[in-house]
Ligand binder design. Structure first.
Ligand code: V47
Ligand code: SF4
Length: 375
């Protein structure tokens, strides 16, 4: 791979005029357009994309690479929805469905007492019988056991249902969950915002506008959140840029997104398997374009249990500055969708060595990116 020095890009005769103009905009701190974004996706000059994304990454964060110490709770795989790409959900009547009781969840939480963990990420299916008070109680009980742990919980899709089921207006529902102890919202459920593609892959759940409204409402009451895209299936580059653009617009209004997490479609055990999976080059391209286009979201995360450890390491040269956390073998979403690592866990030492091996500087962060420790 060719790696360009930033000044070289402008004078390099092998780089197209269109790409040079985009690079000039980036150096001049000018926002790139949607057309520019599609052009970036369409180039095969991976060296160019890496150089530009890395320029932005290093301007924002230098060599700093963030991780956190976290675990997941997935309360249930029972879900009323039926997304084409989902390998995880089961109907309540299905014998492979499961739901942890509140007692189970408190047992799991107790097993982290006294451990050096700063975040619990709660995510699961949309259970027909559970509303915001059920999950609110779960959060407040977890916090009694782990008072200093940040609760990042529930995708906008889960929130839309639990708030509606409890008969609350959106802002009041989110306020109520905040009172119960919710600290921030993860980025899931975004999938692809283009309404036509969304209809093809996840017709029945919260719409694009509802996803955006929920995050906007959360930001307005002081709940920060993350954003995702599910890429590498039936969407086009134009659809990806449209998605990034809607996020960039909302972030201009609220500044509430902390990090953007591209989620690669994984093909096992779901109804879209015939589509296959995109290449690693495509993954790296997607990180780079996301970093270049999203000029107002501070962090870009490679979620290592989903993308794999090797690609995560390489992604640190393609704009990524954040690699999520220790996880501790507490998520099933990706192993069920075919990811090789069925028991995702990294110790702090693993994570630190892993980042150092890429010649970057490991920093342990909390959930809102305050630095806890430098290594
Ligand atoms: O919304 C489901 C995705 C998401 C598949 O905010 C799939 O820090 C790929 O949002 N192939 C849930 N992806 C997970 C999520 C998340 C993960 C890590 C960190 C954060 C964060 C958020 O998982 C769903 C959906 O987009 N998903 N099935 C699949 N077959
Ligand atoms: Fe349910 Fe989420 Fe799976 Fe869709 S992706 S079926 S909302 S668990």
């Amino acid at each position: 791979m060719k790696n360009y020095n930033i000044q070289d890009i402008i004078s390099n005769s092998t780089i197209s005029t269109g790409l040079k103009l985009i690079a000039e905009k980036v150096f001049n701190n000018e926002r790139i357009t949607k057309i520019d974004g599609v052009l970036l996706y369409k180039t095969n000059d991976i060296g160019f994309l890496a150089s530009l994304a890395n320029y932005i990454r290093e301007k924002m964060h230098g060599d700093k690479t963030y991780f956190n110490k976290n675990f997941h709770i997935e309360p249930t795989n029972i879900c009323i929805y039926d997304c084409e790409f989902c390998s995880y959900k089961k109907k309540i009547t299905d014998k492979e469905s499961w739901e942890y009781s509140l007692k189970d969840i408190l047992e799991i939480s107790k097993s982290y007492e006294g451990k050096d963990i700063t975040e619990v990420h709660i995510v699961g299916g949309v259970h027909p019988k559970r509303d915001l008070h059920y999950y609110g109680k779960m959060i407040s009980e977890i916090k009694k056991i782990l008072p200093n742990v940040h609760v990042k919980g529930f995708t906008a899709v889960e929130l839309e249902f639990m708030i509606r089921k409890a008969g609350y207006e959106l802002h009041n529902g989110l306020r109520k969950l905040k009172e119960y102890g919710l600290d921030s919202i993860p980025g899931g459920g975004a999938e692809i915002f283009d309404e036509e593609i969304r209809k093809q892959i996840c017709d029945d759940k919260a719409s694009t506008n509802q996803w955006l409204e929920i995050h906007e409402a959360a930001h307005s009451i002081g709940l920060p959140s993350n954003a995702t895209i599910l890429y590498g299936h039936v969407e086009s580059y134009e659809n990806r840029i449209d998605h990034l653009s809607r996020l960039r617009e909302l972030q201009d209004k609220t500044q509430g997104f902390n990090t953007f997490i591209p989620l690669k479609y994984r093909k096992e055990n779901n109804r879209m398997s015939h589509i296959g999976e995109v290449s690693t080059i495509e993954d790296l391209k997607n990180y780079a374009v996301s970093r270049i286009f999203l000029d107002n979201i501070p962090h870009l995360k490679a979620y290592w249990p989903m993308i794999g450890k090797n690609t995560t390491q390489i992604s640190l040269g393609f704009g990524v500055d954040d690699i999520d956390g220790t996880i501790d073998d507490t998520t099933k979403i990706y192993s069920m969708a075919g990811v090789e690592d069925k028991t995702p866990t990294m110790t702090t030492k693993n994570l630190v060595d892993f980042i150092k091996a890429s010649k970057r500087k490991p920093l342990e962060r909390d959930s809102v990116y305050n630095v806890i420790r430098e290594y």
